[in-house]
Design a protein. Structure first.
Ligand code: FES
Length: 167
């Protein structure tokens, strides 16, 4: 009971055994399962996985742009081609507002959203220290295959701050 992905006994999904359903847990004898049965296996730790990611994806905070932004940073993800644009308002070395526009996957949108929350009210030095790990941690984790998406947010923030310094 450790695998996350569905185990396909054969190629057709005639019936499904869901091991997340407690009644079915540990009760499946694979030698007796009919071919065509799809078995969904999950480990317990993952039960409420990615709740926060989904919440930020479905209700992202600080979407949009800032007129006359102090700094704008844009970054593209070479892995998938997704793009994120971050707008910062900076006053007395403090980020007083942050907004983003992200053309990308759910994880990119969730990481953009949570990272704006993380940097508003922070000094530029603090915001520059924000790592993609901080962003992932703030979301309570991301699926491994989506960790590359979290890099966008911290880079877009860095680019926006660099853009501010250049002005
Ligand atoms: Fe492109 Fe997530 S798949 S940022």
């Amino acid at each position: 009971k450790v695998k996350k992905d569905p185990v396909y006994v054969s190629s057709n999904d005639a019936s499904v055994i869901d091991l997340e359903n407690e009644d079915n847990e540990e009760k499946v004898d694979l030698s007796k399962v009919e071919t065509g049965t799809k078995i969904i296996v999950n480990d317990d730790e993952d039960d409420d996985d990615f709740e926060k990611v989904i919440e930020h994806f479905t209700s992202p905070r600080n979407v949009g742009s800032i007129e006359n932004a102090s700094g704008i940073g844009e970054v593209g993800n070479p892995v998938c081609g997704d793009i994120m644009k971050m707008f910062l308002k900076i006053e007395n070395n403090i980020i007083t507002d942050a907004k983003f526009k992200t053309f990308g996957c759910g994880a990119a949108i969730a990481t953009s959203s949570v990272s704006t929350e993380l940097i508003i009210g922070k000094t530029l030095e603090e915001a520059l220290e924000l790592s993609n790990k901080d962003v992932v941690d703030a979301l309570g984790g991301l699926p491994d295959a989506k960790v590359h998406c979290s890099v966008l947010a911290s880079e877009a923030i860095r680019n926006a701050i660099a853009n501010y310094y250049k002005k």
